[in-house]
Design a protein around this ligand. Structure first.
Ligand SMILES: NC(=O)c1ccc[n+]([C@@H]2O[C@H](COP(=O)([O-])OP(=O)(O)OC[C@H]3O[C@@H](n4cnc5c(N)ncnc54)[C@H](O)[C@@H]3O)[C@@H](O)[C@H]2O)c1
Length: 409
């Protein structure tokens, strides 16, 4: 582990208000000192473990840390960054894709920033040593059970969507997906031979009441922070597991009278996402349905390079990572779009560290830079100015000091 500490003054941070966070989001009193304490009181830095990973990971991590540090400084927050190994870099450096030292450092942290793992170099290694296994180990080790995937169409990029811009302009959806249960983990699973001598493959889609309750609360709390509309998605006309899901979500919904709850079948939800995406606010769903719907919603926004995500638990640090992979085809060429990484760091500030003002600064800075017409190659269009990863980072970093206006949430 390399450790670099970026100290930032806490002065001037005592005037902000503190919105409510979803209950599942870890908040620690010590991390709020900058807000609650008088100016002269020393505050504790937010402990962030950064796992640059592979491919474009180090390039976009560098931008995110610079922007985060500047935004924190502007809001009187300080960060202590500790770097660790994950993925192919960890396999090369420590012989496993998620070393115990990384896991330990992450457990001790307030939040984890993770750009991406994987690459051609490790395509043929033993499956249990693949870089992507490092991610699964980390998620399991930190018990992050709720995946938050916003699908926000940035007005400046509405033309990048494959849907008509009048359909997508203004889309702002949050998908809350259960991440550690359901059919991806259910037992029994495997292959066997049936009575006709044929080989069959089988899996089990299973949720307990408790598993549904805890993710439902994340969904309701999230909806409450947004436009107070929660759509629970399943297949309760066919699957018993979805019948239970619907029953439990409805019961928890009684505690949230201010949130409008609807239920939708997965097939209809997939259709409505394309037909009228603006009809959704917050979507709550299980592991496999969420996997598919969140990718579909992501494509509505049109660009992989601008999509952040968060995976959170009830008690410990969350993992904040872009939706895209390590993009080995453009690694090391200053071509990567750092926006998804910066927005992931903003999600970390809002949902992991409870410092939404810092998140707003970062989101607002991105909007301003896009308004000025700067684009990386992946989101380039006529009349815009193409820049590299580093320069886009410089521009966002400059803007992060600008007054906060309407950001992307
Ligand atoms: N969470 C993760 O770490 C994660 C997720 C997906 C894939 N992967 C891994 O990443 C590697 C590459 O996978 P892939 O090619 O299927 O997906 P990818 O997301 O890395 O790349 C898909 C395409 O999008 C482009 N792209 C992705 N992010 C970009 C960015 N920020 N800026 C500009 N262009 C960007 C790439 O250049 C590529 O053309 C594989 O090893 C895969 O296993 C990791």
């Amino acid at each position: 582990m390399r450790c670099s500490v970026f100290r930032r003054s806490c002065a001037g941070a005592g005037t902000q208000t503190q919105p409510r966070l979803p209950r599942a989001v870890p908040t620690r009193d010590g991390r709020r000192c900058a807000r609650a304490a008088p100016r002269s009181t020393a505050c504790r830095a937010h402990k962030i473990v950064v796992l640059p990973g592979d491919g474009i990971g180090p390039e976009i991590a560098d931008v995110a840390l610079r922007v985060l540090t500047s935004a924190g400084r502007a809001e009187g927050e300080e960060f202590a960054f500790e770097e660790g190994l994950i993925g192919g870099a960890a396999l090369d450096g420590a012989g496993v894709p998620c070393p115990e030292a990384t896991l330990e450092a992450c457990r001790r942290s307030d939040a984890v920033l993770l750009p991406a793992v994987g690459g051609y170099k490790w395509d043929n290694v033993d499956p249990v040593l693949r870089p992507e296994r490092g991610l699964l180990t980390l998620r399991a080790g930190l018990e992050v059970f709720a995946n938050l995937r916003p699908a926000v169409v940035l007005p400046q990029l509405a033309g990048a969507s494959s849907l008509k811009s009048e359909i997508v302009t203004g889309v702002d959806i949050m998908i809350v997906r259960e991440l550690v249960g359901g059919i991806y983990f259910g037992e029994p699973r495997g292959f066997r031979t049936n009575e006709n001598g044929e080989k069959v493959g089988y899996n089990t889609m299973i949720y307990s009441e408790k598993e549904v309750e805890r993710i439902a609360r994340v969904g309701f709390d999230m909806a409450r922070k947004r436009n107070k509309r929660l759509c629970s998605v399943g297949k309760s006309n066919v699957l018993e597991v979805s019948m239970l899901w619907m029953e439990v979500v409805s019961r928890i919904g009684e505690e949230y009278a201010d949130v409008e709850l609807t239920h939708m079948y997965i097939d209809n939800a997939a259709m409505q996402l394309l037909r009228n995406p603006k009809s959704f606010d917050t979507i709550l769903t299980g592991n496999i349905f969420g996997d598919i719907l969140s990718d579909e919603a992501a494509m509505i926004t049109g660009s992989l390079g601008v999509l952040p995500s968060a995976s959170i638990s009830n008690t410990g640090p969350g993992i904040f990572e872009p939706v895209h992979g390590s993009a080995p085809d453009i690694a090391g060429q200053d071509l990567a779009n750092p926006i998804a990484m910066v927005l992931s760091a903003a999600m970390m500030c809002r949902y992991g560290l409870n410092i939404p003002k810092v998140a707003e600064r970062m989101e607002n800075a991105i909007a301003l830079v896009l308004d000025q017409g700067y684009r990386t190659g992946d989101i380039m269009s006529d009349g815009m100015t193409q820049v590299g990863c580093k320069q886009l980072g410089d521009l966002i970093q400059e803007q992060v000091e600008a007054p906060v206006g309407v950001g992307v949430r």
